[in-house]
Design a protein around this ligand. Structure first.
Ligand SMILES: [Fe+2]
Length: 310
Protein backbone atom coordinates (compact mmCIF):
# COMPACT_ATOMS: atom_id res chain seq x y z
CA UNK A 1 0.00 0.00 0.00
CA UNK A 2 1.52 3.29 -1.15
CA UNK A 3 -0.29 5.99 0.64
CA UNK A 4 -0.55 5.16 4.30
CA UNK A 5 -1.42 7.67 5.50
CA UNK A 6 -2.49 9.66 2.48
CA UNK A 7 -2.77 12.86 4.54
CA UNK A 8 0.59 14.02 5.85
CA UNK A 9 -0.48 16.82 8.21
CA UNK A 10 -3.81 15.63 9.60
CA UNK A 11 -4.47 16.75 13.16
CA UNK A 12 -7.36 15.72 15.38
CA UNK A 13 -9.18 19.04 15.11
CA UNK A 14 -9.38 18.70 11.31
CA UNK A 15 -12.25 16.26 11.86
CA UNK A 16 -14.19 19.11 13.49
CA UNK A 17 -13.40 21.52 10.65
CA UNK A 18 -14.14 19.04 7.83
CA UNK A 19 -17.17 20.16 5.83
CA UNK A 20 -17.76 23.23 7.99
CA UNK A 21 -15.27 25.62 6.43
CA UNK A 22 -13.01 25.65 3.36
CA UNK A 23 -9.75 23.96 4.36
CA UNK A 24 -6.38 22.97 2.93
CA UNK A 25 -4.57 19.77 3.92
CA UNK A 26 -1.34 18.14 2.71
CA UNK A 27 -1.29 14.80 0.92
CA UNK A 28 1.19 12.53 -0.87
CA UNK A 29 -0.89 11.40 -3.87
CA UNK A 30 1.21 13.52 -6.25
CA UNK A 31 4.12 11.14 -5.55
CA UNK A 32 2.05 8.07 -6.37
CA UNK A 33 3.35 6.12 -9.41
CA UNK A 34 -0.19 6.23 -10.84
CA UNK A 35 0.36 9.97 -11.39
CA UNK A 36 3.67 9.87 -13.23
CA UNK A 37 3.40 11.39 -16.72
CA UNK A 38 3.95 7.91 -18.08
CA UNK A 39 1.04 6.41 -16.11
CA UNK A 40 -1.21 9.31 -17.04
CA UNK A 41 -0.34 8.85 -20.73
CA UNK A 42 -1.26 5.14 -20.55
CA UNK A 43 -4.51 5.96 -18.74
CA UNK A 44 -5.51 8.63 -21.29
CA UNK A 45 -4.82 6.54 -24.39
CA UNK A 46 -6.86 3.62 -23.04
CA UNK A 47 -9.70 5.70 -21.63
CA UNK A 48 -13.14 4.80 -23.04
CA UNK A 49 -14.73 7.57 -25.13
CA UNK A 50 -17.97 7.62 -23.13
CA UNK A 51 -16.17 8.30 -19.86
CA UNK A 52 -14.09 11.37 -20.68
CA UNK A 53 -14.90 14.96 -21.62
CA UNK A 54 -12.42 16.82 -23.81
CA UNK A 55 -13.25 20.50 -23.80
CA UNK A 56 -11.88 23.52 -25.63
CA UNK A 57 -12.36 26.79 -23.82
CA UNK A 58 -12.95 30.10 -25.52
CA UNK A 59 -10.58 32.89 -26.36
CA UNK A 60 -9.01 34.30 -23.21
CA UNK A 61 -11.05 31.88 -21.14
CA UNK A 62 -14.26 33.76 -21.78
CA UNK A 63 -17.49 32.10 -20.82
CA UNK A 64 -20.00 30.88 -23.33
CA UNK A 65 -17.61 29.29 -25.76
CA UNK A 66 -16.90 25.76 -24.64
CA UNK A 67 -16.82 22.98 -27.22
CA UNK A 68 -16.46 19.24 -26.84
CA UNK A 69 -14.08 17.11 -28.84
CA UNK A 70 -12.39 13.73 -28.95
CA UNK A 71 -8.87 12.37 -28.76
CA UNK A 72 -8.93 10.52 -32.08
CA UNK A 73 -6.74 7.62 -31.00
CA UNK A 74 -3.58 9.62 -30.30
CA UNK A 75 -0.88 8.41 -27.92
CA UNK A 76 -1.12 9.60 -24.34
CA UNK A 77 2.12 11.58 -24.73
CA UNK A 78 0.72 13.44 -27.76
CA UNK A 79 -2.46 14.28 -25.85
CA UNK A 80 -0.47 15.58 -22.86
CA UNK A 81 1.69 17.65 -25.19
CA UNK A 82 -1.45 19.07 -26.85
CA UNK A 83 -2.92 20.05 -23.48
CA UNK A 84 0.36 21.62 -22.38
CA UNK A 85 0.42 23.78 -25.54
CA UNK A 86 -3.31 24.35 -26.14
CA UNK A 87 -6.45 25.72 -24.56
CA UNK A 88 -8.17 22.52 -23.62
CA UNK A 89 -8.79 20.22 -20.73
CA UNK A 90 -9.65 16.57 -20.38
CA UNK A 91 -11.79 15.34 -17.54
CA UNK A 92 -11.28 11.61 -16.88
CA UNK A 93 -14.52 11.63 -14.96
CA UNK A 94 -14.45 8.26 -13.28
CA UNK A 95 -10.91 6.88 -13.44
CA UNK A 96 -11.57 4.66 -10.44
CA UNK A 97 -14.27 2.76 -12.32
CA UNK A 98 -12.31 2.60 -15.59
CA UNK A 99 -9.02 1.35 -14.14
CA UNK A 100 -8.86 -0.86 -11.01
CA UNK A 101 -5.52 0.60 -9.85
CA UNK A 102 -7.14 4.02 -9.47
CA UNK A 103 -10.10 2.27 -7.84
CA UNK A 104 -7.76 0.89 -5.19
CA UNK A 105 -6.37 4.35 -4.50
CA UNK A 106 -9.91 5.74 -4.20
CA UNK A 107 -10.78 2.99 -1.70
CA UNK A 108 -7.62 3.69 0.33
CA UNK A 109 -8.45 7.38 0.54
CA UNK A 110 -12.04 6.80 1.60
CA UNK A 111 -10.98 4.17 4.14
CA UNK A 112 -8.64 6.69 5.70
CA UNK A 113 -11.32 9.40 5.74
CA UNK A 114 -13.74 6.97 7.38
CA UNK A 115 -11.14 6.26 10.09
CA UNK A 116 -10.51 9.94 10.70
CA UNK A 117 -14.06 11.34 10.52
CA UNK A 118 -16.82 10.25 12.91
CA UNK A 119 -20.00 9.07 11.13
CA UNK A 120 -18.50 9.37 7.63
CA UNK A 121 -20.46 6.74 5.72
CA UNK A 122 -20.22 7.40 1.96
CA UNK A 123 -22.09 4.86 -0.14
CA UNK A 124 -21.15 6.32 -3.54
CA UNK A 125 -17.52 7.30 -4.15
CA UNK A 126 -15.76 8.55 -7.27
CA UNK A 127 -12.24 9.50 -8.30
CA UNK A 128 -11.66 11.66 -11.37
CA UNK A 129 -8.59 13.25 -12.96
CA UNK A 130 -8.52 16.61 -14.67
CA UNK A 131 -5.63 17.55 -16.96
CA UNK A 132 -5.83 21.15 -18.13
CA UNK A 133 -3.92 23.68 -20.20
CA UNK A 134 -1.99 26.63 -18.76
CA UNK A 135 -4.39 29.45 -17.81
CA UNK A 136 -7.54 27.28 -18.09
CA UNK A 137 -10.50 28.61 -16.13
CA UNK A 138 -13.38 26.81 -14.50
CA UNK A 139 -16.30 29.22 -14.17
CA UNK A 140 -18.29 29.92 -11.01
CA UNK A 141 -20.48 26.91 -10.18
CA UNK A 142 -21.69 24.61 -7.40
CA UNK A 143 -21.71 20.81 -7.23
CA UNK A 144 -24.15 18.42 -5.55
CA UNK A 145 -21.92 15.70 -4.01
CA UNK A 146 -19.37 16.10 -1.24
CA UNK A 147 -16.03 16.70 -2.95
CA UNK A 148 -12.39 17.57 -2.58
CA UNK A 149 -9.70 18.74 -5.00
CA UNK A 150 -6.15 17.35 -4.91
CA UNK A 151 -3.34 19.10 -6.74
CA UNK A 152 -0.91 16.72 -8.49
CA UNK A 153 1.09 18.87 -10.96
CA UNK A 154 1.26 22.57 -11.76
CA UNK A 155 -0.56 25.16 -9.70
CA UNK A 156 -3.87 26.97 -9.72
CA UNK A 157 -5.85 29.56 -7.80
CA UNK A 158 -9.13 28.34 -6.31
CA UNK A 159 -11.83 30.73 -5.06
CA UNK A 160 -14.33 29.22 -2.61
CA UNK A 161 -17.46 31.23 -1.75
CA UNK A 162 -19.94 30.85 1.11
CA UNK A 163 -22.66 28.23 0.53
CA UNK A 164 -25.30 30.82 1.38
CA UNK A 165 -27.09 33.74 -0.26
CA UNK A 166 -26.37 35.75 -2.26
CA UNK A 167 -23.55 33.46 -3.44
CA UNK A 168 -25.80 30.41 -3.46
CA UNK A 169 -29.57 30.60 -3.04
CA UNK A 170 -31.97 27.66 -2.64
CA UNK A 171 -33.34 28.43 -6.12
CA UNK A 172 -29.87 28.16 -7.67
CA UNK A 173 -28.94 24.81 -6.13
CA UNK A 174 -32.41 23.47 -7.01
CA UNK A 175 -31.74 24.43 -10.62
CA UNK A 176 -28.45 22.52 -10.54
CA UNK A 177 -30.21 19.47 -9.07
CA UNK A 178 -33.10 19.53 -11.55
CA UNK A 179 -30.94 19.98 -14.63
CA UNK A 180 -28.51 17.22 -13.64
CA UNK A 181 -25.67 19.17 -15.26
CA UNK A 182 -23.62 22.15 -14.27
CA UNK A 183 -25.55 25.33 -14.93
CA UNK A 184 -24.40 28.89 -15.20
CA UNK A 185 -24.84 30.66 -11.90
CA UNK A 186 -24.98 34.42 -11.46
CA UNK A 187 -21.58 35.81 -10.52
CA UNK A 188 -20.23 39.31 -9.86
CA UNK A 189 -16.64 40.44 -9.40
CA UNK A 190 -17.37 41.68 -5.88
CA UNK A 191 -18.12 38.10 -4.78
CA UNK A 192 -14.33 37.63 -4.73
CA UNK A 193 -14.04 39.94 -1.72
CA UNK A 194 -15.97 37.29 0.20
CA UNK A 195 -14.15 34.26 -1.16
CA UNK A 196 -11.44 32.25 0.48
CA UNK A 197 -8.63 32.13 -2.04
CA UNK A 198 -6.10 29.29 -2.21
CA UNK A 199 -3.06 28.97 -4.47
CA UNK A 200 -2.56 25.25 -4.53
CA UNK A 201 0.58 23.30 -5.45
CA UNK A 202 1.32 19.58 -5.78
CA UNK A 203 0.62 18.02 -2.39
CA UNK A 204 -2.24 20.37 -1.47
CA UNK A 205 -5.83 19.21 -1.05
CA UNK A 206 -8.88 21.45 -0.66
CA UNK A 207 -12.22 20.57 0.85
CA UNK A 208 -15.20 22.91 1.33
CA UNK A 209 -18.73 22.85 2.71
CA UNK A 210 -21.39 21.02 0.69
CA UNK A 211 -22.56 22.97 -2.38
CA UNK A 212 -20.13 25.87 -1.76
CA UNK A 213 -19.72 27.72 -5.09
CA UNK A 214 -16.17 27.83 -6.44
CA UNK A 215 -14.15 28.80 -9.49
CA UNK A 216 -10.63 28.00 -10.61
CA UNK A 217 -7.90 29.84 -12.54
CA UNK A 218 -4.91 27.77 -13.63
CA UNK A 219 -1.57 29.47 -13.40
CA UNK A 220 0.56 29.50 -16.54
CA UNK A 221 1.50 25.82 -16.48
CA UNK A 222 0.08 22.39 -17.29
CA UNK A 223 -2.19 21.29 -14.45
CA UNK A 224 -3.06 17.81 -13.22
CA UNK A 225 -5.64 17.60 -10.44
CA UNK A 226 -7.57 14.75 -8.88
CA UNK A 227 -11.11 15.07 -7.56
CA UNK A 228 -12.94 12.76 -5.23
CA UNK A 229 -16.71 12.91 -4.80
CA UNK A 230 -19.12 11.12 -2.51
CA UNK A 231 -22.67 10.84 -1.28
CA UNK A 232 -23.39 10.06 2.37
CA UNK A 233 -26.89 9.40 3.74
CA UNK A 234 -26.99 13.01 4.97
CA UNK A 235 -25.98 14.38 1.57
CA UNK A 236 -28.54 12.12 -0.11
CA UNK A 237 -31.29 13.45 2.15
CA UNK A 238 -30.23 17.03 1.47
CA UNK A 239 -30.29 16.23 -2.26
CA UNK A 240 -33.80 14.72 -2.02
CA UNK A 241 -35.09 17.88 -0.32
CA UNK A 242 -33.37 20.07 -2.91
CA UNK A 243 -35.00 18.05 -5.72
CA UNK A 244 -38.43 18.18 -4.08
CA UNK A 245 -38.19 21.91 -3.38
CA UNK A 246 -37.07 22.51 -6.95
CA UNK A 247 -40.09 20.60 -8.25
CA UNK A 248 -42.41 22.53 -5.93
CA UNK A 249 -40.95 25.91 -6.83
CA UNK A 250 -40.08 25.58 -10.51
CA UNK A 251 -42.59 23.06 -11.78
CA UNK A 252 -45.61 23.55 -9.53
CA UNK A 253 -45.17 27.20 -8.54
CA UNK A 254 -45.26 26.53 -4.80
CA UNK A 255 -42.78 28.28 -2.47
CA UNK A 256 -41.07 25.55 -0.35
CA UNK A 257 -41.18 26.26 3.37
CA UNK A 258 -38.37 24.12 4.74
CA UNK A 259 -35.09 22.38 3.99
CA UNK A 260 -35.49 19.95 6.91
CA UNK A 261 -34.01 16.48 6.35
CA UNK A 262 -35.99 14.83 9.18
CA UNK A 263 -39.67 14.65 10.13
CA UNK A 264 -42.95 14.53 8.24
CA UNK A 265 -42.10 17.32 5.79
CA UNK A 266 -38.96 15.45 4.76
CA UNK A 267 -40.77 12.18 4.15
CA UNK A 268 -43.48 13.86 2.10
CA UNK A 269 -40.75 15.38 -0.06
CA UNK A 270 -38.86 12.10 -0.27
CA UNK A 271 -41.98 10.49 -1.75
CA UNK A 272 -42.73 13.50 -3.98
CA UNK A 273 -39.32 13.70 -5.57
CA UNK A 274 -39.10 9.94 -6.09
CA UNK A 275 -42.54 9.90 -7.74
CA UNK A 276 -41.78 12.82 -10.03
CA UNK A 277 -38.09 12.42 -10.88
CA UNK A 278 -38.66 9.97 -13.67
CA UNK A 279 -41.67 11.74 -15.15
CA UNK A 280 -41.64 14.26 -17.95
CA UNK A 281 -42.22 16.97 -15.34
CA UNK A 282 -38.58 16.64 -14.39
CA UNK A 283 -37.09 15.62 -17.66
CA UNK A 284 -33.34 15.74 -17.33
CA UNK A 285 -32.18 18.39 -19.71
CA UNK A 286 -29.04 17.96 -21.67
CA UNK A 287 -28.64 14.31 -20.82
CA UNK A 288 -27.58 13.43 -24.31
CA UNK A 289 -23.89 14.01 -24.71
CA UNK A 290 -22.94 16.92 -26.92
CA UNK A 291 -21.62 15.99 -30.34
CA UNK A 292 -17.84 16.24 -30.64
CA UNK A 293 -16.85 19.22 -32.78
CA UNK A 294 -13.08 18.72 -32.96
CA UNK A 295 -10.24 16.24 -32.77
CA UNK A 296 -6.68 16.85 -31.62
CA UNK A 297 -4.26 17.49 -34.47
CA UNK A 298 -1.69 14.65 -34.41
CA UNK A 299 1.04 16.72 -36.06
CA UNK A 300 0.61 20.16 -34.47
CA UNK A 301 0.33 19.77 -30.68
CA UNK A 302 -2.30 22.07 -29.20
CA UNK A 303 -4.04 22.65 -32.56
CA UNK A 304 -7.48 21.24 -33.33
CA UNK A 305 -9.04 19.69 -36.40
CA UNK A 306 -12.69 20.50 -37.03
CA UNK A 307 -15.03 17.54 -37.37
CA UNK A 308 -17.33 18.21 -40.31
CA UNK A 309 -21.02 18.04 -39.45
CA UNK A 310 -22.46 15.00 -41.19
FE1 LIG B 1 -16.70 21.92 -9.06
Amino acid sequence: MFSNPVFTDWRDHHAELWGNTPMRLSHRVHQHPLFSMDSLARLIESYPREHYSLVQWGKHGESGSFREGELGGLSGETVLDAIAKGRIWINLRNAAAVNPAYGELRDEIFAELSRRLPNFDPFTTKLGILVSSPKSKTLYHADLPGQSLWQIRGSKRVYVYPAAGPFLTPEQIERVALSGVEVNMPYSDWYDEHAQVFDIEPGDMLHWPLNAPHRVDNHDCLNVSMTIEWFTQDIRRTHMVTMANGILRQKLGIEPKSRATVGAAFWTKAVLQKALRETSLVKRENKARRKPEFRLDPTRPGELLEIEAA
